[in-house]
Design a protein around this ligand. Structure first.
Ligand SMILES: [Zn+2]
Length: 519
């Protein structure tokens, strides 16, 4: 028998980013049909309508994880959470949409990479997803493909790496060109902000000192390396009036750069991740190599233990905007590729299942933010920035029925032994979190309930995103109209112009001639 196609979520506190209200939510054909008091017909539920009691619970828009890397071929390995297991884990944690990255090799087609990632994801995803595309090199072809991806393929965000020298890294003039094109086509530019040249030099230095363990990973790329690149990216984006999104904000100093830029009026958004909000880089000095190696990611977690609190405050107060995870998981045997050399440890940590609970615990339970701000930073803001709003990121009539029934008082203990992520380690091991998803609804179907997943591979769909998101582009367009400099009107200079001629000029010319005669 088919599952009931209609759901009534009854008596919960419906939380949007701007308002909480006790209301029933009627779901039909994958969307929210009605929202209000007492929607249950007198006489009880008719056939085909399933009633979910949410009294005393919160009813939240499903989480949107802005940053994942499922089954990503990287550093001689492939991340172990594929689009199937990865999206199952997402749903178990209350996340109903992920945005992953299609990443071409230098010299390769962006469109081909996009199609490759689609072919991996489409048959496997259990929740909706979308794709950012990386720009890892520059040419007229890349420029044209960005336009095609935006106009025909539903991509409105492009990521540039300022790190991973010789692999993905692009230089300032390429950033300038890519940012200019993003603005032309109405996309948002994203950057991995770290100085790749300094990392390469720092790594050589650490290895020469005999530091081969995971602590070398942090030591060769300290905070300043992240903060410098963050400021450089903001400066370049500002020069072309292109909106900018800094992925995985990991340090206090990089977050400060973003906060300062926003105070300065720049259109820039910062994305801390579950890892940077929930744990820190002291783990790189852990005595067990595998424990330390499992925390290796780029940019690294920071040894300053006040970092997570600091980032959470900025997230609560609006200096930082969205949250992702950079979920890119490698098992211990894969991490061991770098057992004698930290530069060979595949970079990446878990988070897709943990993000919502970690942010509830450290953000809401701690008193830093309220339930509405929680919805904003885990879902609504991402939907606005990436132009999915109000289809996603809101519980309203007509919105997709991606909904979580959330118990703010229940607790769970995060552990690799019980999580749904494939990876055999969890960087939040042992963390007790208030805030537990009781029921997850994806596209109007109950897919997770009382700890049990009922999903079908391929039930999630690719969600195309249109360019020129109003949330970010209204200001950009207005600035173009009002802030473009014009030439000063003045009398032309009519006096004498002196041309200098020197002896060297003649001699140089003669030398040039001789050279040509005898190459
Ligand atoms: Zn990433």
């Amino acid at each position: 028998m088919a599952a009931p196609s209609r759901l009534l979520i009854r008596g919960g506190r419906v939380v949007n980013d701007d308002l909480s209200q006790v209301a029933d939510v009627l779901v039909e054909d994958g969307v929210v049909r009605a929202l209000g008091r007492d929607l249950l017909p007198p006489g009880g539920a008719p056939a085909g309508l399933r009633v979910l009691d949410a009294a005393g619970k919160l009813v939240l828009p499903g989480g949107i994880d802005t940053h994942t890397h499922m089954q990503f071929p990287f550093m001689g390995a492939r991340s172990v959470d594929d689009f199937h297991q990865g999206t199952k884990a997402a749903l178990a944690g209350g996340t109903t949409m992920i945005i992953d990255f299609a990443i071409p090799q230098k010299g390769s087609s962006l469109i081909k990479a996009f199609e490759t990632w689609r072919s991996w994801a489409d048959p496997k995803v259990c929740c909706d997803y979308s794709l950012h595309v990386a720009v890892t090199w520059w040419s007229d072809q890349v420029k044209e493909e960005m336009k095609i991806l935006t106009q025909d393929k539903g991509v409105n965000s492009f990521k540039m790496f300022m790190a991973y020298k010789d692999l993905y890294m692009v230089r300032d003039e390429e950033l300038y060109a890519a940012f200019s094109q993003c603005k032309e086509i109405g996309a948002i530019a994203q950057v991995h902000a770290e100085n790749g040249d300094l990392i390469a030099e720092g790594a050589k230095k650490m290895l020469a000192l005999g530091i081969t363990g995971p602590e070398g990973h942090e030591l060769c790329r300290p905070e300043a390396v992240e903060a410098e690149a963050t400021l450089r990216a903001i400066t370049i984006a500002s020069a072309v009036n292109c909106p900018l999104y800094i992925v995985h904000v990991m340090s206090k100093s990089a977050a400060k750069v973003i906060a300062d830029a926003r105070r300065d009026g720049k259109v820039v958004y910062g994305e801390p991740i579950a890892a940077s909000l929930g744990t820190d880089g002291t783990h790189y000095w852990h005595k067990d190599w595998h424990h330390a190696a499992h925390h290796v990611m780029g940019p690294p977690l920071r040894p300053d233990p006040s970092t997570p609190d600091f980032l959470m405050n900025l997230l609560a107060n609006g200096d930082l905007t969205t949250t992702g995870t950079d979920h890119c998981t490698f098992n211990t045997c894969q991490k061991a590729l770098g057992k004698d050399d930290f530069t060979k440890i595949p970079n990446g940590v878990n988070g897709v299942e943990d993000r919502m609970s970690v942010i509830w615990e450290k953000g809401v339970h701690s008193g830093k933010m309220d339930e509405n701000r929680f919805v904003a930073v885990t879902s609504t803001n991402a939907a606005k920035v990436f132009n999915l709003y109000p289809r996603k990121g809101r519980i309203a009539v007509g919105s997709d029925a991606d909904i979580v029934i959330w118990d703010p008082k229940a607790t769970r203990t995060i552990s690799a032994r019980t999580h749904h992520q494939t990876v055999n380690f969890n960087i939040f091991e042992g963390m007790v979190c208030h805030g537990v998803p009781l029921v997850t609804i994806s596209r109007g179907k109950v897919v997770y309930e009382a700890g049990v997943l009922s999903v079908t591979a391929g039930d999630g769909k690719f969600i195309p995103r249109k360019p020129f998101a109003e949330y970010i582009y209204k200001r950009i367009k207005q600035r173009d109209q009002t802030c473009t400099p014009t030439p000063v009107e003045r009398e032309p200079y009519k006096g004498e112009v002196v041309t200098l001629k020197t002896r060297e000029t003649k001699e140089d010319a003669a030398a040039g001639t001789r050279k040509q005669a005898h190459p």
